[in-house]
Design a protein around this ligand. Structure first.
Ligand SMILES: C[S@@+](CC[C@H](N)C(=O)[O-])C[C@H]1O[C@@H](n2cnc3c(N)ncnc32)[C@H](O)[C@@H]1O
Length: 189
């Protein structure tokens, strides 16, 4: 993956955060051209409020805020280290409420738009994330395989926070072969 500007917050973070740390949290950044494409779709609705449930350094939220001045952004980021980088990179394009917490603790607040590149993580047996599979399954009223990837849980949970009656969501995921989890999940349509 390349970043156009070597002095971008993403490039700076990649240069200083150890690989093992990034791997633990699935910290893979959205390339700028992809972020621009996703932001363009979301910005088309001129949302007043935006949710980024996996904020990272905020490349996605910054791209939307550049197109929709004044948008109120709420972000969730579980890793304090990258959250600090995201806060520092925020340039005052809009109001940012960045919560250093798991998205799975987020209240039921609704947003006019969602933009996300969720973490691609496999929930290990007996972990909190595995318990979250059951919790999300109960919330959506559908059974989910224990192999369901965390990114899919983000997709469902984020959808449930879109404003009633509609809203725009743009969500990307890591490229590559779809894990067996997807094929085996019984997630309905
Ligand atoms: C794939 S990266 C995307 C970062 C950024 N949004 C982007 O598009 O470049 C996923 C981010 O989600 C964070 N993350 C992982 N688990 C999380 C959780 N349960 N709640 C909130 N953020 C989480 C990771 O630390 C990481 O920064």
């Amino acid at each position: 993956m390349t970043f156009d500007a070597p002095d971008s917050p993403e490039a700076a973070y990649l240069a200083r955060a150890p690989k093992a740390h990034r791997r633990r949290f699935a910290q893979v950044f959205t390339p700028p051209d992809c972020a621009a494409l996703m932001a363009d779709w979301v910005a088309g609705a001129r949302p007043a409020t935006l949710l980024d449930p996996a904020f990272g350094t905020g490349v996605l939220a910054r791209a939307v805020a550049a197109l929709v001045p004044g948008v109120a952004v709420t972000g969730y980021e579980i890793d304090p280290q990258i959250a600090a980088a995201g806060r520092a990179a925020w340039g005052g394009e809009g109001a940012l409420d960045l919560r250093v917490a798991s998205f799975f603790t987020a209240p039921e607040t609704r947003f006019e738009a969602v933009i996300a590149n969720p973490p691609f993580l496999r929930p290990g047996a007996g972990t909190e994330l595995r318990a979250q599979v059951g919790a999300t399954a109960a919330r959506i009223g559908r059974p989910l395989s224990g192999l369901t990837n965390v990114y899919q849980l983000f997709v469902f949970e984020a959808l449930m926070r879109l404003a009633p009656g509609g809203g725009r969501r743009s969500c990307c995921r890591r490229n590559g072969a779809m894990p067996i989890a997807r094929r085996r999940s019984r997630i309905g349509s």
